[in-house]
Design a protein around this ligand. Structure first.
Ligand SMILES: Nc1ncnc2c1ncn2[C@@H]1O[C@H](COP(=O)(O)OP(=O)(O)OP(=O)(O)O)[C@@H](O)[C@H]1O
Ligand SMILES: [Mg+2]
Length: 264
């Protein structure tokens, strides 16, 4: 799903934001990216979504060779991923429902399917009853969940979340993380950039630490909390629209730093 080999990113001002990074992430993995400010975490995400291009190395994401991708193919790459932005990026003149539906309408989904999927993801993130609110009429945590719902609505293979719990209280952070864990259990790859080591320790998973543009640790840690094992039965709408593109790169053979045994 993600294959990065000897990737370096040097910005035009000469900053070497990533140095010789090799990371493989398989379908269905749950991965935290951690590291101090300026370490290169956002640069790593920007390479994955092709907002930036690597200076050296090889990057394959969800079947696309990002060193050779044509610009007309980039929207197709982006459709394989749901991105949760740290600053939400919601459209103020649209209500919650339309903010989420917009992501589906933008790719020409039929309105019947839009209705079904939007209802489903609103239930998943626990926003039932808030469909008509504008973003400014929501709390920070609720806005964050709209952003998450929008990332989920096109049923992506992969969720990429940049500090998804950045501005919200611990209880809500925990809830959002639990949602991401539930989604991951249904097969979606989840990649989360976070500063919050408490969350990482609580939920456990594969933790990739970046420092000074280099991967300095890549290991799997156990969850410190007892995970909710039951299926999520709060979701009423059925999700029978799984049409994920399963065409992926051959899986990894180059997990360079893996201080414990395999991730799953
Ligand atoms: N567009 C850019 N042009 C030049 N240098 C940049 C650019 N974006 C980031 N950098 C530099 O690259 C390095 C890595 O930045 P990056 O944004 O990836 O860090 P980060 O780990 O996401 O940090 P934070 O936790 O503060 O968000 C930093 O030194 C930063 O100043
Ligand atoms: Mg960043």
């Amino acid at each position: 799903m993600i294959h990065m080999k000897n990737v370096s990113k040097i910005y035009s001002n000469g900053t070497e934001a990533l140095k010789n990074v090799s990371i493989d992430i398989d379908p269905g993995e749950f991965v935290f990216i951690v590291g101090s400010s300026g370490a290169g975490k956002s640069t790593f995400l920007k390479l994955l979504i092709h907002e930036e291009t690597a200076t050296f190395g090889k990057i394959h994401v969800n079947g696309y060779d990002l060193m050779n991708i044509k610009s007309c193919k980039v929207p197709y790459l982006r459709r394989t991923m749901g991105i949760v932005f740290q600053d939400f990026r919601l459209i103020e003149k649209m209500n919650v429902y339309d903010n989420i539906a917009f992501a589906m309408r933008a790719i020409g989904a039929p309105e019947k399917l839009v209705k079904k999927r939007v209802k489903y993801v609103i239930a998943v993130v626990g926003l039932k009853g808030k469909e008509k609110r504008r973003p400014s009429e929501l709390s920070g945590g609720e806005q964050q969940r709209v952003s998450l719902a929008r990332a989920l609505v096109n049923n992506p293979e992969m969720i990429i979340a940049d500090e998804p719990t950045g501005n919200i209280d611990p209880k809500m952070s925990f809830e959002i993380m639990q949602r991401l864990v539930d989604i991951n259990k249904k097969g979606t790859t989840v990649i989360i950039v976070t500063h919050e080591l408490d969350i990482v320790r609580s939920f456990g998973g594969r933790v990739i630490k970046i420092d000074g543009g280099e991967v300095i640790e890549d290991k799997v840690i156990p969850a410190a909390i007892e995970q909710d094992k039951k299926d999520d039965d709060s979701v009423e709408a059925s999700d029978d629209t799984s049409d994920k593109n399963t065409e992926t790169e051959a899986s990894s053979d180059t997990k360079v730093i893996d201080s414990e045994e395999e991730s799953k």
